[in-house]
Design a protein around this ligand. Structure first.
Ligand SMILES: [Mn+2]
Length: 315
């Protein structure tokens, strides 16, 4: 598979790179490292994003060619990275099929294999880990710009080397990236200690909504449009909230419900390992990993909680 991709890259010139909406560190780090990798091979990569780069990842070397609106065009290949469902690319995703062969690289167990080439490795800590293996096949010279993006993608997708997804490759690759000049303390500070104070005002409001079920094994918090308005924040400021909830003693599943409108919530679930939250989210048409998954549920907060209780068989 990697050889096939190498052949396509060798032959081609123009490449499009994309990832999922609401991009996280692996989405951004994978897309950016792919960009810098292709650039170093004298190719012309373009990144299409449907959301702005979250403030947490603005410290990463920013590619010059990022577009936010899809323009009808032809590419020698389209790399779709870290994206389990084709629609998760965002508005206009169907158009991509006609714009070039799709190369789908991902580590979500629920990946829909929508590409012409699909490289799906559930055992990988992150999509960036798979990309690093690809870069080795390409015999690429790793630059600092590539290295810091790979490091940050692995660092964030393993929850700073704390989650189940933390495997030996995560450490091996990150150690290797430090030899190209990546400073772990710098990445950690940029990712974890660089928030605007408004985020913490929002956090206070969100934590106050905490309810616990099933003898404290399931914890739910929610965030509303009103809370965003009051604290001058947006949904990107909730990044990491659900992970805090999981830190509560005895909690097996942490849930953050974000109001999309009065009748719809976006659900983020995190598990400490015993409960497979991807299968729960699948019941609602979502997906993800065993320990981290998401979906959307229709209804007001009360209805959403009732649906969740039913899904978890809580009386
Ligand atoms: Mn990922």
């Amino acid at each position: 598979m990697f050889r096939k991709i190498k052949h396509i890259i060798d032959k081609g010139k123009r490449f499009l790179i994309t990832t999922h909406i609401d991009p996280d560190g692996d989405a951004i780090g994978s897309a950016f490292s792919m960009y810098w990798a292709l650039e170093s091979l004298n190719k012309t990569p373009v990144i299409i994003l449907k959301d702005p780069v979250p403030y947490r990842y603005e410290f990463l070397p920013q590619p010059a060619r990022i577009i936010y609106e899809l323009i009808d065009d032809r590419y020698d290949a389209i790399f779709v990275l870290d994206c389990g469902n084709f629609f998760r690319i965002g508005d206009g995703y169907e158009k991509l099929q006609k714009m070039g062969p799709i190369i789908n690289i991902d580590h979500h167990s629920t990946n829909e294999t929508f590409g012409l080439i699909n490289i799906i490795d559930e055992s990988a800590s992150s999509t960036a880990e798979i990309l690093y293996r690809l870069f080795k096949t390409l015999k690429l010279k790793i630059t600092y710009d590539i290295a810091i993006n790979i490091y940050t993608a692995i660092f964030t997708d393993t929850g700073s080397f704390r989650y189940n997804s933390t495997n030996s490759n995560a450490f091996l690759i990150c150690e290797k990236m430090t030899t190209f000049g990546v400073k772990p303390s710098y990445v950690s500070q940029m990712v974890h200690e660089n928030h605007p104070k408004e985020r913490f005002l929002l956090l206070g409001l969100v934590f106050a909504t905490l309810i616990m079920y099933d003898q404290g094994r399931i914890a739910i918090v929610h965030v509303t449009e009103k809370m965003f308005k009051k604290t001058h924040t947006t949904r990107e400021h909730t990044d990491g909230f659900v992970e805090y909830i999981r830190e509560i003693k005895g909690v097996e599943v942490a849930i953050l419900a974000r109001e999309i409108n009065r009748k719809k919530y976006k659900i983020s679930m995190r598990s400490k390992g015993t409960v497979d939250v991807a299968s729960i989210c699948n019941l609602f048409g979502g997906g993800g990993h065993k320990n981290a998954a998401g979906c959307q549920i229709d209804g007001d907060m009360e209805e959403v909680i009732n649906k969740l209780r039913k899904a978890f068989h809580i009386k």
